[in-house]
Ligand binder design. Sequence first.
Ligand code: FAD
Ligand code: MLT
Ligand code: ZN
Length: 472
Amino acid sequence: MNQRDFISYCQSELGDAYVLVESKDQVPYLSDWRNRYHGKALAVLLPKTTQEVAKIVKACDQALISIVPQGGNTSMCGAATPNDSGQQIVLNLKRMNAIREINPSNQTMVVESGCILQTVQEAAKTQGFLFPLSLGAQGSCQIGGNLATNAGGTNVLRYGNARELCLGLEVVTAQGEILHGLRSLRKDNTGFDLRDLYIGSEGCLGIITAAVIKLYPLPQTKWTALVAVPNIPATIELLSLFQKRTAALLSGFEMMSKDSLDLTAKQFPHMKNPLTNDPFYTVLVELSDHEGEEHARNLMEQVLEAAFEAGIANDAVIASNLSQAQSFWTMREHITMAQAQEGANLKHDISLPISELDTFITETDQLIRDQFTGVRIINFGHLGDGNLHYNIAPPLGVNASEFNRVHEEAIHDVVYSQVEKHHGSISAEHGIGQLKLPDLEAHRGSVAHQLMRSIKTALDPKNIMNPGKVLP
Ligand code: FAD
Ligand code: MLT
Ligand code: ZN
C-alpha cells in the first residue's frame, strides 16, 4: 500500500474530517508543549473507536508507516512530537473520550484514553469518589498519555504514580491486534504482567485505547498549609514529622525554593508567597481526612507547633478555606508556567533517596554557580517523593536560547553526574522521550538497556511505534 492509498484508506475508515493532511490543520499536533521540538506529519489521524485504531495500525504495519501516539501533547521530553521526515503519522486519541463505566462496588472506572484527566477527576467526584492522579497539566493531558508516561504529580506520596492507579488496559498492539485486558481484578497473577509493560512505555510498544482505573473514597476534609523552612535538612525533618504524626492523612508535600517563587511572582504578580518573611524554602503540605473537620485541623496545628518548637519551621499559614487552599496550589502549579513564560529553560526532573537530598542540593548548587555564573536555580517539586524539578534558568539579560545552546550539555553533565553520585534517577516522572534518549543507557546500564531493546524488538519488530523515543 503506497502513501496515497494509505491516506484514502484512512479517509474511508475515519471520515475525511478526521484525517488531517493540510499543514494548517496539523499545526497544533506538530510541536511539543515546551516548543523545543517541531516535526512534520504525513497525516494527523483522529480515530473514534478501538476498532478504527486497530485498522489504522494494521495498515501502517503493512505500509511500514511509523506512528506517533499522542494524547494531550503536554510531554516534557518531546515524546509525542513527530520527526521532521514528514513520513510519520500522528495518531491523536482525543476523540476516544468516553467514560465507559463507573462501578461503585469495584471502586473502578473504565475510561477511554482520550479522556482529559480533569474530566475523569470530576466524573469520579460526582459519584463520591476520588481519582487521585493530579498534575499541573490536568486540564489538557489525557489518561492514555498519563499511563504511557506513568505520570506522577502531587498525590504520589499517598496514592502512587499512574501505574498504581490502573487495574487493566485495552491496547492495540504494533501489529494492529487488540489486547482485551480491561479487568477490574485487584489480584490477577496469570502470566507476565502485560499491563505494566505498556504503562510507562511512552507509545513505543503499542497504543493504549482504554483503561480500568482505581477510585478511592473522597476525603471529607482537606487541610493545607504553607510553611517557611530555613534549609533542606529542616524540610526533611518536617517531612518525617508529618509522616510520623499524620501517617496516611499526608497527601501532599511540595517544596518551593525562594528563586522558584520569586520567578512565579515576577511572571504572575498576583501570585506572591503569603509568607512574608521571604523564606529560603516554602513547603506546601496537605492532609486529607475521612473524619470530621476538627481531626485533621488539630493534627495540622499540633505538628506545626512541634515544628516551631524544634526550630524546623519559622512561619506558617493554614488555609482558612478551600479557595485559599486552592490559591496555594495554584501558586505551586504556576512555577512551570512561569518558567515557560520567562523563556527557554533547562529542566532536570530528578529523584533521589530522601537521605541524599541535602548533600545533592548543597554540592550541585555550588558546582552550578561556580561554573555558570549568574544562572538561577529554580528548584522545586514533589519533595515527599524525593522528586526535585531542579531547573536552571539562564542569567538575566542574556539570550536564553543562545545560552542554553552553548551550555545545556555541560549543565546536564554536572546535574546528572551528581544524580549518579547520589544514587538517583535522571527522570522521576516525565519519562525519556527524545530529550533524554542519549542519557538512558549510561544511566540504566547496558544490561537493562539491552533488555529494553529486546522487549521493543519482540513487540514492535518493524519499529513503527514512536521510533526515536526512549530507545535509539
Ligand atoms: P502526550 O504528551 O500526548 O504523550 C506523552 C507520551 O505518551 C508520548 O510518548 C506519547 O507517544 C505517549 N502516548 C500518549 N497517548 C498514548 C496512548 N493512548 N497510548 C500509548 N502511548 C501514548 N508530568 C508528571 O508526571 N508530573 C507532573 O507534575 C507534571 N506536571 C506538568 C505540568 C505542566 C504545566 C505540563 C505542561 C506538563 C507536566 N507534566 C507532568 C508532564 C505531562 O503532563 C505528563 O507526562 C502527562 O502524563 C502527559 O500526558 P499527555 O496526554 O499530554 O501525553
Ligand atoms: C511540575 O511538577 O510542575 C512539573 O512536573 C515540573 C516541571 O515543569 O519542570
Ligand atoms: Zn512534577
